[in-house]
Ligand binder design. Sequence first.
Ligand SMILES: O=C(O)CCC(=O)C(=O)O
Ligand SMILES: [Fe+2]
Length: 352
Amino acid sequence: MEEEDQALFIQEPQHRPSVSTMEAQGIPVIDLSPVTSSNPSLSSIDALVKEIGSACKEWGFFQVTNHGVPLSLRRNLLEASKNFFSQSLQEKKKVSRDESSPSGYYDTELTRNVRDWKEVFDFLAKEPTFFPLTADELDDRVTQLSNKSPQHPSHFRDIIQEYIEEMEKLAFKLMELIAMSLGLQPKRLEEFFMRGQTSLIRLNYYPPCPFPHIALGVGPHKDESALTILAQDEVEGLEVKHKTHQEWVRVKPTPNDYIINVGDIIQVWSNDAYESVEHRAIVNSEKERFSIPYFFFPAHDTEVKPLEELINEKSPSKYRPYKSGKFLLSRMNSNFKKQTEENLQIHYYKLA
Ligand SMILES: O=C(O)CCC(=O)C(=O)O
Ligand SMILES: [Fe+2]
């Protein structure tokens, strides 16, 4: 990052990290071998579906083991990410994100209008990605987005593409399990992703921060995705807002597992049965930290609304429909440039 004015990063007192934050006890660790091994038994899948359902309901966050993603691939991508970010700012800026495309390098992102202490590199999972041209709900013009590729490291594009394929496989498996846990047909949610996707992978780099008590790596937010699959390195930093006692709890790094969180879209599809949970990343003054979230998104023109099977007279729809791509673009715009008003949140679509 460039030499910066500290004032830009200062969080409001209520958002500042606390030194005494507890390490989370009980974030569910779920073994996916029933769906990743070659001959699973029906009863083990049944038990898995139940575990996923209660993790989504109670936490909105869980970790998965035996997920089937080759560890070597994850290590290679982490290595490539380290190589990329270790370059000079001038080199990194050759692949800068700009207002017309969300892909590329960026070191001035905001979350809810405060600067994050981080650098990122974003890469679209599909090329081209069809996306709304503007966030205006009345404008139906569509554009095609493509990726920026750094020169260095040399195999960057191949590694990231291979990794995205693995993330997609895992995301589809998780969507099936989540659908089943809601009492839906296993493939019920797949259709939203088959016509296209706006899925995105992000390389996060959090440099050591000289004032970690007043800044954050990523400010508190909920992911706009259907779900997110996060790889963290061995340095802790992720914190999750506990659903019942509303305190921040720290997620212990598990370098071989993945952290899964329910995003805003599942919250709406499930009509609030599963909620998208607020989370943030803290920074520290000594160690750098890397993380790699994969945000799984349906086609941009997907009209997101509670699923018919899950609403009835007794439990009516809690949301008015919105277009997935419009919401995402509005958030991308407000993360890119400081706004005068509060940025768009999922509760905006909530029916009174
Ligand atoms: O770095 C982390 O652990 C979390 C990152 C995150 O929440 C995000 O990029 O949306
Ligand atoms: Fe996030």
